[in-house]
Design a protein around this ligand. Structure first.
Ligand SMILES: N[C@@H](CCC[C@H](N)C(=O)O)C(=O)O
Length: 290
């Protein structure tokens, strides 16, 4: 009997790129090493992460969300590690479902490890994700690069972020390695680090070093963390003013628009693109799963 083919697609959201593996019944065993090899830009397909598309009812981590969300985004970082949430990933995931005839324009709920997320698929291609509320524990975080240190804002968007405001994005250096963040104990599971500059009123630019993926050209949860931190810095916390606040966030791979509402709910809007689809050689993949 021949080994079943494994379909994949390749997509991105503001150039945060993903290998998409549809597996409705959760039949595949995607080990960390298999994910890392699929995401390898030389030996594999290449991506900042992998979106394993599974029916919630078929996945032990999502079964309890199955009534609210038919589909579970089993997100993995490029190194094979697991993360709670991926903002760009949810948009690409929803776009894949629509393209595959599994969702329609309008509202959809996607299960993630960070909870069920409402997604709006607009006819013009924009996709808006209700990202939930940010948590901002105050704990004296410092980020260091190239002999300089900056105070950072600890923002949790389901996953952990350290947001640093700098005068120039050149201060972020080459970001080939994770910038040291202290105290390390604040982030026992690692952290995504955002460097931010002002570009105008409620308009910022950022670069990001992602936990488990390195520097990427965009990070949706990172853009939300940055907008929330900027609103606190700018004295426009919606919980205090009673008014929603919207930030335009420029990333190397594109622009995201983030709105925080007075009840703390954060919405993020941006594009999603599918660029290719194909078949993974099952014999090659089986050599990676040990
Ligand atoms: N690129 C993502 C974030 C992916 C997860 C992150 N690397 C982590 O480990 O928390 C996004 O668009 O939010």
């Amino acid at each position: 009997m021949s080994t079943p083919q494994i379909a994949f697609l390749k997509g991105h959201g503001t150039e945060n790129d993903f290998v998409i593996v549809p597996d409705p019944d959760n039949a595949l065993t995607l080990t960390a090493s298999a994910v890392a090899r699929l995401c390898d830009r030389r030996a594999g397909i290449g991506g900042d992460g992998l979106l394993h598309v599974v029916r919630s009812a078929a996945h032990p981590e999502a079964r309890d969300m199955a009534d609210a969300a038919e589909w579970f985004m089993d997100y993995r970082n490029a190194d094979g590690s697991i993360a709670e949430m991926c903002g760009n990933g949810v948009r690409v995931f929803a776009h894949y479902l629509r393209r595959a005839g599994l969702a329609e324009d309008g509202d959809l709920t996607v299960a993630t490890r960070g909870g069920a997320k409402r997604v709006h698929l607009a006819k013009n291609g924009d996709i808006t994700v209700s990202m939930g509320r940010a948590l901002l524990p105050a704990d004296g975080v410092t980020v260091s690069v190239g002999g300089r240190s900056w105070p950072a804002r600890n923002v949790n968007m389901g996953n952990p972020h350290a947001v640093v405001f700098v005068d120039d994005l050149v201060h972020a250096g080459d970001l080939l390695t994770a910038p040291p963040v202290s105290p390390e104990a604040v982030y026992p599971d690692g952290v995504n680090v955002e460097f931010v500059v002002d570009r105008g009123p409620r308009h910022v630019g950022m670069r990001v070093h992602e936990r488990g993926s390195g520097e990427t050209r965009s990070c949706g949860t990172g853009a939300c963390a940055v907008a929330v931190a900027a609103a606190r810095r700018d004295g426009s916390d919606p919980a205090t003013t009673g008014l929603p606040v919207t930030y335009t966030v420029d990333l190397p791979g594109g622009t995201l628009v983030v709105t925080e509402h007075p009840d703390g709910a954060v919405d993020m809007t941006g594009p999603a693109v599918i660029v290719a689809e194909g078949v993974i050689d099952p014999a090659w993949l089986s050599t990676t799963t040990g």
